[in-house]
Design a protein. Structure first.
Length: 278
């Protein structure tokens, strides 16, 4: 991909001016402050609270389940505060399905940096495949102790995923591998489908819709926000993809067809609800 194409994918030339400059400034400050507070809290959580829980809770399986539940509750509280302060609006269709899931792979599109936080706040026992670069950030203590880090080959990654699913956790995967660009699309990767085929776990699809998430996308300035209105997250639980329907197919073919199915389903939802091409 050349630099011109990359610049177009994340261009902000089509954005309108801020409708209310004072309100826009408040929302930018609120968003920036939230990121700072969240990063600081995550650092202290991983540095102090998680090691204490690890000492108290045994075996490791119990520690992870309790620690993920604590993370789930912390994220729910953080989003509640953000909603009360006028930072976001969140609507979820199919909330009970997400709360009752066990041993599923949760696949969603990825329009903003808040997507993982929102999903973990909705799914009590959520695991997640995290980028290896996060182990060098303020999130390092949390990522290393609670989630699966994508810094290894597939053969080494698969046993971690299988164990997590067998213990009843739900693995969150964003098949785009990065945040959705403002223009154009990302090719869906086949990792989620390979894991589903090799473990027999179903894929639960979730569409993250709503309005423009400028300010929370890739390459967006730290001090920025939607120019016209509050961030609106409109989440919809879509029909699941059942691994058993592809069990008789060779791994590569099954993964390709399952990935095509998840992309087709999410893209159809994005076009019909928000007029977006995913």
């Amino acid at each position: 991909m050349d630099q011109t194409d990359e610049a177009w994918r994340y261009s902000t030339a089509d954005l309108p001016p801020a409708k209310n400059p004072v309100l826009y400034a408040y929302r930018c400050i609120l968003k920036a402050g939230t990121i700072i507070v969240f990063g600081t809290s995550a650092f202290l959580f991983g540095l102090i609270l998680l090691p204490l829980l690890r000492l108290i809770l045994h075996p490791a399986r119990r520690f992870k389940k309790v620690a993920r539940t604590v993370t789930h509750l912390m994220f729910r509280f953080s989003l509640l505060v953000l909603r009360l302060l006028g930072g976001i609006r969140l609507d979820v269709q199919g909330k009970e399905t997400l709360r009752s899931m066990k041993g599923k792979i949760l696949v969603a599109n990825h329009p903003s940096i808040l997507d993982g936080v929102i999903l973990i706040s909705l799914v009590p026992n959520a695991d997640c495949i995290m980028r290896g670069s996060l182990t060098h950030s303020v999130m390092a203590g949390v990522v290393r102790q609670l989630y699966i880090v994508n810094d290894m080959g597939y053969e080494q990654l698969l046993p971690h995923c299988k164990k997590s699913l067998e213990e009843g956790a739900n693995i969150i995967i964003f098949p785009e591998g990065t945040r959705t660009p403002r223009h154009g699309t990302n090719k869906f990767k086949r990792g989620a489908a390979h894991i589903a085929h090799d473990t027999g776990a179903d894929i639960q699809l979730l569409y993250i819709g709503g309005n423009d998430k400028y300010g929370l996308g890739k390459h967006d300035p730290f001090f920025s926000y939607n120019r016209e209105e509050i961030y609106h997250y409109d989440l919809h639980v879509l029909p699941a993809i059942h691994a058993a329907d592809y069990a008789d197919l060779p791994g590569q073919i099954a993964a390709r067809r399952m990935t095509e199915k998840m992309h087709e389903t999410l893209a159809t939802e994005a076009l019909s609800r928000d007029g977006r091409i995913l």
